[in-house]
Design a protein around this ligand. Sequence first.
Ligand code: GAL
Length: 342
Amino acid sequence: MEIIKKDFGKKANLFILKNDKGTELAVSDQGARVVSLKVLVDGKQRETILGFDSADEYLAKDPFIGSSVGRFAGRIKNGKFSIDGEEYQVSIDPETGHNLHGGYGFDKYIWQAAEKKEADRVSVVFTLESKDGDEGFPGNLSVAVTYSLTNDNEWIIHYSATTDQATIYNPTNHVYFNLTGDPSQSIDEHTLQMNADRYVEVDGDVIPTGNLVAVQGTAFDFTHEKKMSELFAGVASEASGIDGLDHPFLLTTDTPQATLISPDKKVTIEMTTDDPSVVVFTANFGDGGPVMRGHKLADHGGITMETQVPPGVTDYPEWGSVVIRPDEAFEKETVFKVVVED
Ligand code: GAL
């Protein structure tokens, strides 16, 4: 196993983590993001995620793709929340009136990076200091995101954080998978299975309505393997009017909690997380997708698995807790295991 460091432009670096199976995970300190995850399929390298070729392109075209999202992944309605009865107003997007992905968030920064080699894995540890008042969030928050690659083809994301004041923190990684390796192909022929018995209903602004809906009997039932084309065909029956998924699913603890299979069945992603939910966004960009690696991104050209506490928790505290305090350690982990058919 080894790590190769390259220039990624804009003073950013690209770290290519390689294992003994020919798998390569490329990550950048710009946004503490994942840029590429290539596996050997029939002796040839196949890309499994969306990404761009330089830091510049991310900033110009779509800084969320593959990034570390913070301080809060998803939307905070009207940018308002409270902790211990004290109300906070964080920055809002003037177009929507809500905070999305922390506002001017972690995806825009160059993080500190440290390489690490252990017997069973190679890793890069990214760290960032977010100052008290950053985008309106309280507390000096020190965060770390560690990406590791193992010889079992696991991409492990480990999160930790400390704060000097009670604050909220709900990070995720905004990876989009497309297991064909071709961003101009939609994910229609991918198969998804999720151990999720409920989803969070959202309105047309993608704001949770407060309803947790049983998936049974709906287009959102992935408890058994289902083609994404079937979802897209049935999605009109759901309330939000969103042309695809942009919804949090509440996970059970049966692992792996999600399984995504390529159209040719040769590549499978198995997701295991200690987070209670995953936001699945099917890149519903219509014709507005960017050009990526020489191809225009198709509508539904990727699928995210954003593990996190469900957005909406700031209004519906019974959904979980995102509050962290000075005397508490914040730790969590998500693993994406790539299984390649021999
Ligand atoms: C997702 C979010 C989508 C969209 C996307 C960024 O996490 O749920 O609505 O904003 O990020 O393009």
